[in-house]
Design a binder for this molecule. Structure first.
Ligand SMILES: [Zn+2]
Length: 254
C-alpha cells in the first residue's frame, strides 16, 4: 500500500470543485497521490497524522505560462527597456537570451520553481526556447532534474525558433534551429519524460515560438508529432500572423 496521510480537523478544506464547496472541521485521508476520503472522525492505521486545527487545506495552484530562465534577467533596468513595443523589446532581449546556457537554465528553473512552490503552486508549465551551440540540447533535461529535486509537477514546453532574421524574424542567427533538429529533440524528450497518465509528474509540450519567428512547417510538424505521441502541441496566438497560419494549423490538426 502506498503511504497514507491523515489530516485531522482541518479548519477549512477548500475544494475549488464545480459547486465551490468548503468543508469545516473535517478530516482528509490521502493515499499516495490521491485523496481517498473526506469526512468527520476518519481513522487509518499506519497513516501519518497531521493536526489540521487552525489550518486551511486547498488544491495546489497551477501556473500555466512561465519562462523560468527570465527569472535572472527580470527587473534589470539595463535590459528591461520599459517603454518599447513587445516586438521592439524582443529584438533587443533575444540578443541577451542567446547567452543562456545549461547552468543558467538549471539554476533559474530551480529558483523559479522554488518560488512557485513557496506560494502554493504545485504544477507549472514553462516555455523555453534558448537553444544555441553553446547551450546544447539538454536544457529540458536540466529542468527535469530541478523539478525532481523540488517535487513539483512539471510540464516542459520545448520551444524553438526556426525563421532567420533575413526572413523577418527577431531571432539572432545563433539561436536558430532547423525544424528537423527541433522535432527530433522533441521526440527524444517525449520518449524519455512524457507521462500522460493520471498523477503524472512530468509531461512534454511541443511548443515552437511565435509565428513571426518560426516557419509554418515547424508548427505543422509539431502538431503531427504531438498527435502521434499523445502529447500537447502549444498553439501560438501571436497577432499579425495568426490568421495567416490559422488555416494551415487547422489542416494539420484535422
Ligand atoms: Zn510567454
Amino acid at each position: 500500500m502506498e503511504k497514507r496521510i491523515l489530516i485531522k480537523n482541518a479548519r477549512a478544506i477548500v475544494t475549488c470543485d464545480a459547486a465551490d464547496q468548503v468543508f469545516y472541521d473535517t478530516d482528509m485521508l490521502i493515499e499516495g497521490p490521491q485523496i481517498i476520503q473526506m469526512g468527520k472522525n476518519l481513522s487509518s492505521q499506519d497513516a501519518e497524522v497531521i493536526d489540521g486545527r487552525d489550518k486551511f487545506v486547498y488544491p495546489g495552484l497551477i501556473n500555466t505560462h512561465h519562462h523560468f530562465f527570465q527569472t535572472f534577467v527580470r527587473n534589470l533596468m539595463t535590459i528591461d527597456y520599459p517603454n518599447m513595443l513587445v516586438v521592439e523589446w524582443l529584438d533587443k532581449i533575444y540578443r541577451i537570451f542567446q547567452k543562456v546556457d545549461s547552468e543558467v537554465i538549471y539554476y533559474s528553473s530551480l529558483a523559479a520553481m522554488g518560488d512557485l512552490l513557496k506560494h502554493g503552486c504545485t504544477c507549472a508549465f514553462d516555455h523555453q526556447y534558448c537553444y544555441t551551440s553553446a547551450s546544447g540540447k539538454l536544457l529540458v533535461d536540466r529542468q527535469m532534474e530541478a523539478a525532481a529535486q523540488l517535487g513539483i509537477r512539471y510540464h516542459a514546453g520545448r520551444g524553438t525558433n526556426t525563421l532567420p532574421r533575413s526572413k523577418g524574424s527577431t531571432i539572432p542567427d545563433e539561436m536558430l534551429e532547423t525544424t528537423d533538429e527541433f522535432i527530433s529533440d522533441c521526440e527524444r524528450l517525449i520518449d524519455l519524460y512524457h507521462d500522460p497518465a493520471p498523477f503524472s509528474m512530468h509531461q512534454i509540450v511541443v511548443a515552437p515560438c511565435q509565428p513571426i519567428n518560426s516557419y509554418i512547417e515547424t508548427f505543422q510538424e509539431s502538431v503531427a508529432l504531438a498527435k502521434g505521441k499523445r502529447c500537447t502541441p502549444a498553439y501560438p496566438s501571436w497577432r499579425g500572423r495568426k490568421h495567416h497560419y490559422a488555416g494551415a494549423l487547422e489542416e494539420a490538426n484535422a
